[in-house]
Design a protein around this ligand. Sequence first.
Ligand SMILES: Nc1ncnc2c1ncn2[C@@H]1O[C@H](COP(=O)(O)O)[C@@H](O)[C@H]1OP(=O)(O)O
Ligand SMILES: [Mg+2]
Ligand SMILES: [Mg+2]
Ligand SMILES: [Mg+2]
Length: 318
Amino acid sequence: MELAELRAMLREVVVKACELTSFLQASLLKDEVLSKGDFSPVTVADFACQALITLLLDQRYPLPMVGEEDAKALRENAALAGKVHGHVAKFLPGVTLEEVLDALDRGRHEGGLGTFWVLDPIDGTKGFLRKAQYAICLCLVKDGDILVSALGCPNLPVSFADPESPIGCVFHAAKGLGCVQLNLHDGAEHAVRVDALRGADATYVESYESAHSSHSQHAQIAERLKLGPPRRMDSQCKFGVLARGEASLYLRLSDRDQSIWDIAPGAMVVQEAGGQVTDVRGRPLSFSAGRTVGVPALFASNGMMHEEVLKAIAGMDS
Ligand SMILES: Nc1ncnc2c1ncn2[C@@H]1O[C@H](COP(=O)(O)O)[C@@H](O)[C@H]1OP(=O)(O)O
Ligand SMILES: [Mg+2]
Ligand SMILES: [Mg+2]
Ligand SMILES: [Mg+2]
């Protein structure tokens, strides 16, 4: 398949997944949320979305899958497994429970070199539970490079400039072909590009959850660069906001190695919109090391201000 064709396929799959998660966000029940080993939440929607996307990709372009979730918890909880199966079957009539569980378990691929899908079915599950921002994040990685990517952001306003803005967009990108925003309410698409701001005119985004990255270190950088207050938001929607020029910088200074599904899809969207994504020493990221990036602290910028951010980080109190 050509890159443009792959990208259209990804867009179609992620639009379907947005429909599924929007429905589930509105109807989610307390007993449909579990806590994982690291105390982070996972819901019926995370499982259903990963299974649906894996099965749709199997029909169109089957490849190994590096996915966040697997079927272990569902194999121990028949009631929840039945619900997940029911939600997936609405999109894929006739699919069996075992096919759904098997699709989830195939998300355990180790990554590394080679060609595979990378999927975070719901990035920002805490935001999803707060009825705030979350993203469906999918990309295709070949030998560490990302070829195509799509970020579904069902709750993201189409434009922050418009107080009456409809919500829901999908950012999609293909290597060398740029980044496009699709608006879910009317199907309109337009190419997006990072802004060209720096210094006091520039703004930044960071995690809503202060446990996910260091808001205090971000504030030190912002002070040095004289940036205004941050916009806080869950999930890889932040990469989309940067890609369309509604922020100039996304800071993610953390001390926990990042999973590739948390970074790769969003990073591709920003790079194809003209921006830059590196670790805090300015080194580009590679996605061939396995299921994690091997980098805890990173940032994405409009490119214009990348050097000054690197200098501010180098001069920061540790
Ligand atoms: N303690 C943590 N440190 C860093 N990232 C975390 C932590 N707990 C959850 N995450 C992940 O942080 C991301 C949330 O994005 P953000 O912090 O930018 O809002 C998600 O990828 C989430 O995974 P998940 O996909 O399970 O929601
Ligand atoms: Mg999670
Ligand atoms: Mg995530
Ligand atoms: Mg997730």
